[in-house]
Design a protein around this ligand. Structure first.
Ligand code: SF4
Length: 321
């Protein structure tokens, strides 16, 4: 099977402590994926899955001590489509300047507010100012820039302003994510399905005014209108490599009692047979096993009685750019 893009979480550590971060306690773990190991994973995935894009994440990948070498190593493997997801902090500003006249990764900034008030309430004091500076420097150095916005009750009313901010700075794409209770995020950060779908309608209407492409996790589908379903676990079509060797197929199982579907060990992907995300997905007939697990764990199954789920990995384009 082809897996066009894989996610490499090169470290757990981060210079921030965002209140919605799914890594929770893991943010203190010092394990990293080394340059050598990245090289092996990239070669393995190119050969076995025809992988053509690498997404670098963390923690904060720009504080990985060898992040430049990791990127040069991926280019040497003839993969030129690299995306690096960053919080846009001071380490990012330093990182940006290392790729002045060379091939560059695409930068994907995490942005959760259009002002200090909103963004800093989620990511910490001073983070919006640093993010804005990083965006300005990235533009100056000729990077292509995309964004991820994770929505919760704190910033839902700021979503249109965020789109305007991104459009003003020439972002190509913004992905809107639904926050689920994992890691630092608690169940009070879950939006009701009706609020999430209301936001979708609002963004669709607004999207004609902007050039930035808006992609949206549909997440909830009205039961009467359900034509799903695909699941990356059941398809085995998503790979997320972590510094401790865990390779998850779905991010919703991180921080759960179920293990990753695979382990990366001795230059090989080995299936975890017991009590893993794969076995859980096999034994539930629900359209999205991950969301079912999270909402049940948080005793919130009632909020979704009238809705079905669609996989968070399938994003809907809200405008035609
Ligand atoms: S989000 Fe749901 S449907 Fe998608 S891979 Fe995870 S468990 Fe499967």
């Amino acid at each position: 099977m082809d897996i066009e893009s894989i996610d490499l979480y090169v470290n757990y550590r981060c210079n921030y402590r965002c209140i919605h971060c799914f890594l929770g306690e893991k943010l203190n773990d010092t394990k990293i994926i080394s340059v050598n190991e990245v090289d092996k994973i990239v070669k393995y995935c190119s050969k076995n899955f025809n992988t053509r894009e690498i997404v670098l994440l963390g923690g904060e990948p720009t504080i990985h001590k060898d992040i430049n070498e990791i990127i040069f190593g991926i280019f040497k493997n003839n993969i030129y489509n690299i995306r690096l997801v960053t919080n846009g902090g001071k380490s990012c500003q330093k990182f940006i300047k290392n790729f002045k006249n060379s091939l560059k990764p695409k930068l994907v900034f995490s942005i959760d507010g259009s002002s200090c008030d909103v963004h800093d309430a989620i990511r910490g004091k001073g983070t919006f100012k640093d993010l804005k500076n990083s965006i300005i420097i990235a533009k100056e150095y000729g990077y292509q820039i995309d964004a991820i916005t994770s929505i919760c009750p704190i910033n839902i009313d700021d979503a249109i302003n965020i789109v305007d901010f991104l459009d003003f700075f020439g972002f190509n794409v913004v992905n809107f994510h639904y926050i689920t209770a994992r890691g630092n995020a608690k169940s009070d950060m879950h939006l009701l399905p009706t609020d999430w779908l209301y936001l979708r309608d609002k963004l669709i209407k607004y999207s004609v005014n902007v050039n930035v492409l808006i992609r949206f996790e549909t997440t909830f589908i009205d039961n009467n209108n359900s034509n799903i379903n695909k699941c990356k676990i059941r398809e085995r079509s998503n790979l997320m490599f972590f510094p401790d060797g865990n390779v998850f197929l779905c991010g919703l199982f991180i921080d759960s009692i179920y293990t990753s579907g695979f382990i990366w060990k001795d230059n090989n992907l080995i299936e975890n047979n017991d009590y893993s995300e794969i076995s859980y997905a096999k034994n539930t007939n629900h359209s999205c096993p991950g969301m079912k697990l999270i909402l049940e764990n948080n005793e919130q199954s009632n909020i979704i009685e009238n809705f079905d789920f669609s996989c968070i990995y399938y994003k809907e384009k809200l405008n035609n750019k």
